[in-house]
Design a protein around this ligand. Structure first.
Ligand code: SF4
Length: 450
């Protein structure tokens, strides 16, 4: 057991890989373990157990997760005292059966749907015998910044042909309103100023509820209900990961008419060609997507739109690639994530005809990234001269001294760039009015208006 931390059952060091959804899962495990008598170690040297919460969205993410685990195992073998490694999350969910023989360095594997049992796993790994079962607490989130992600659902029923998530995270299930409300209210009471609602497919939140469930029944109603729950505090609400079919009239109205809800939408369309979308097991066409984005921009002027292009899907012709580039250009997305197709084990697209060779894939990906950057940089520069509210996120050291960093309502945290502020007086969590004076890449420079 840890020598530095004397009153706890042991010290746990957490490593999270992958997306914000994993950060939320790690935070839940942290809360369960701390409530059960464990302590957090901030240095692996002080830890008795290292929890690696893994990502397996792409083969490269799986590799990164395994490498991080092996690096820890090597550290443990060459110095860190008797460190036990517990691998959690997407890699065990996806490859569970094969892992014990392939990774003997790992003491336990915990799938995503087993993470609420993390205390029993760590107890077992450390040989801790409890006289009484640990109290299962009302899980409290850790508040480390002015922004917090809140999961409203998990799993996915769409089975896009390139994606392993439904096999890793299971079928779609919405989180109950009362749980979401309690978590949001706790976070806001602890000083959080922006709540980012996430899930694999947020637009269909509530569709799996039966008639006996009371309270909000769809995403539009959820946004309005969350906004009411946080008042009178001044809080921004952002929702990420909507699919085009989720953009109902009711949702557009809720975004437009609810002051707390930011006019920012993240719709990963992946492609605009109807043929490619069908091969991806998705729906829609260029005309439908055109109509959707035009409607959004018409009904919510100034709306910020983020999307995703999955480049070089099997069978994507050069003309279809150019069709997507032209669509991106015409729509003028503010932010576009570009991913090269990767044949994920166990997905239908892995074995599809028409796999695109690496050289061609790289060229198409580079062209898409170049366009995404030029659109994004121009969209960022267009804010120069404007005034907008900015949440102060933290302080950074620069060559000239320290600098306050924040993000404007049109920048999703951790994704879209930041605002570099000329003030030093504001404190983290403040919402300040800023005039933007310059931009570089996705970053803005601004001064706080008195
Ligand atoms: S919507 Fe498609 S890409 Fe997104 S998680 Fe579900 S299956 Fe994967």
């Amino acid at each position: 057991m840890s020598e530095n931390i004397t009153d706890s059952l042991g010290a746990i060091y957490f490593i999270t890989l992958g997306c914000a959804k994993n950060e939320v899962d790690t935070d839940r495990m942290r809360s369960l373990l701390l409530s059960a008598g464990y302590e957090e170690a901030y240095d692996v040297e002080d830890a008795d157990v290292a929890i690696v919460n893994t990502c397996s969205f792409l083969a490269s993410a799986t590799e990164e997760s395994v490498e991080a685990t092996l690096a820890l195992a090597e550290e443990a073998a060459t110095g860190v005292r008797n460190l036990k490694i517990v691998m959690c999350g997407c890699v065990p969910s996806r490859y569970g059966e094969d892992l014990p023989s392939e990774l003997p360095e790992v003491a336990a594997f915990v799938r995503t749907d087993e993470e609420d049992g993390i205390v029993a796993v760590v107890d077992r790994v450390l040989g801790c015998e409890r006289v009484e079962a640990p109290l299962v607490p009302q899980v409290k989130r850790t508040v480390e910044s002015a922004v917090a992600y809140v999961k409203i659902s998990d799993g996915c029923d769409r089975f896009c042909s390139f994606c392993a998530i439904p096999y890793i995270r299971g079928r779609y299930h919405s989180r109950p309103w009362e749980e979401i409300k309690a978590e949001v209210c706790d976070l806001v009471a602890a000083g959080v100023r922006e709540i980012v609602l996430i899930g694999q497919d947020t637009g269909i939140w509530g569709e799996d509820f039966d008639e006996s469930v009371s309270g909000p029944g769809n995403l539009a109603q959820l946004l309005v209900a969350v906004a009411h729950a946080v008042r009178p505090e001044r809080v921004w609400l952002r929702v990420l990961y909507l699919q085009p079919e989720g953009m109902t009239d009711e949702l557009i109205a809720a975004i437009r008419d609810t002051p707390e809800v930011l006019p920012y939408i993240d719709i990963p369309i992946q492609h605009c060609s109807a043929r490619v979308l069908k091969a991806m097991n998705r729906s829609g066409s260029e005309d439908e997507l055109d109509a959707l984005f035009q409607r959004l921009r018409r009904e919510i002027p100034g709306m910020i739109i983020r999307t995703t292009y999955l480049v070089a899907f099997p069978g994507e012709t050069y003309e279809e690639h150019e069709q997507m580039l032209a669509f991106m250009d015409r729509t003028g997305f503010d932010y576009t994530s570009v991913f090269a197709f990767s044949p994920e084990e166990g997905t239908r697209a892995e074995k599809m005809d028409g796999q695109i060779d690496d050289v061609e894939k790289l060229e198409r990906t580079q062209a898409a990234m170049d366009l995404a950057e030029s659109l994004g940089f121009a969209a960022t520069a267009a804010h120069v001269g404007e005034r907008a509210e900015v949440i102060v996120d933290g302080i950074e050291e620069t060559d000239e001294g320290v600098e306050l960093i924040g993000h404007a309502w049109f920048q999703a945290p951790d994704s879209d760039g930041a605002v570099h502020l000329d003030a030093t007086e504001a404190t983290v969590g403040d919402i300040v009015e800023v005039e933007f004076t310059d931009s570089f890449c996705y970053e803005l420079v601004g001064h706080v208006v008195e």
